[in-house]
Design a protein around this ligand. Structure first.
Ligand code: NAP
Length: 243
């Protein structure tokens, strides 16, 4: 498969893990369309970096919680041709023990991490089916595989994504659309900057946090020519945190 003239949409693709995914897929030859909520200096720097390397990049501004707004933007962007790869990377954590968790912490995390998948991926599936091919990758989490204390909301949303990926894989596989999830462990980004490293590292057999580039490499594989028989799977990138 030649990635030339292929388009990859990266929902939440302008910073953190998503930014690395955008850069990696651009290097693979995809025209990249990363999204962010507000186009700022970070997004402009990313656009510049991709273009200076000879790639094509357009940035979309959308909030995954806004169902109608997201659909409008995606319908307009992909009216002529559905994307060849869609990566759902947007996600937030609002940790608290369940006994103290308020409704806002529950709703914000579920709305962003799980409902956002529906709001942004569902509008694209018809076009991908009509084209009879494509890749969908959802960024889940080790917390969604095992459950994590203090993260009942986050774990539920990320386990929900795994269920969604597996069910969607059963629906769309025969039309050549491959659907998988990636489940990172602890990755060095803004989201994990306040975690107590001394307490976390002993739990990780590789004794280090992962890098965003290490997650991006797996997404690249799942969007590329070497994963044509991988479907409905959850690929863990966790240094052995979950075995
Ligand atoms: N870091 C880890 O250890 C780790 C581990 C497992 C899974 N993950 C998952 O990996 C993904 C990326 O995490 P990260 O570590 O890179 O976190 P991050 O640096 O905090 O980035 C969060 C991403 O989510 C997007 N986002 C948040 N709320 C949004 C909304 N309402 N609408 C649209 N986009 C929204 C952000 O976009 P804006 O640019 O608009 O803010 C940003 O791209 C998340 O799904 C996270 O759950 C991370």
């Amino acid at each position: 498969m030649n990635e030339k003239n292929r388009t990859a949409l990266i929902i939440g693709g302008c910073r953190g893990i998503g930014r690395e995914i955008t850069l990696r897929l651009a290097r693979d030859g995809f025209d990249v369309v990363p999204s962010c909520r507000k186009r700022g200096a970070e997004a402009e720097a990313l656009l510049d970096e991709v273009r200076r390397a000879g790639g094509n990049c357009r940035i979309l501004e959308l909030d995954v919680r806004d169902r109608d707004g997201a659909r409008r933007i995606l319908d307009a962007e992909f009216a002529d041709r559905a994307p060849d790869a869609v990566v759902y990377n947007s996600g937030i954590a609002k940790d608290n023990l369940f006994v103290f968790m308020d409704g806002e912490q529950w709703d914000d995390v579920l709305d962003t991490n799980l409902k956002g998948f529906y709001n942004t991926v569902q509008p694209l599936v018809f076009g991908m089916l009509a084209k009879r091919g494509g890749r969908i990758v959802a960024i889940s989490s080790a917390s969604g595989q095992t459950g994590q204390a203090g993260q009942v909301n986050y774990s539920a949303s990320k386990a929900g994504l795994i269920g969604a990926v597996k069910a969607l894989a059963r629906e769309v596989g025969r039309k050549g659309v491959l659907v998988n999830a990636v489940a990172p462990g602890v990755i060095d980004t803004e989201m994990t900057k306040d975690l107590p490293k001394d307490m976390m590292l002993p739990l990780i057999p590789l004794r280090r946090f992962g890098s965003a580039a290490e997650v991006a490499g797996v997404v690249s594989f799942l969007c590329g020519p070497d994963s044509t028989y991988i479907h409905g799977q959850v690929i863990a990138v966790n240094g052995g945190l979950v075995i």
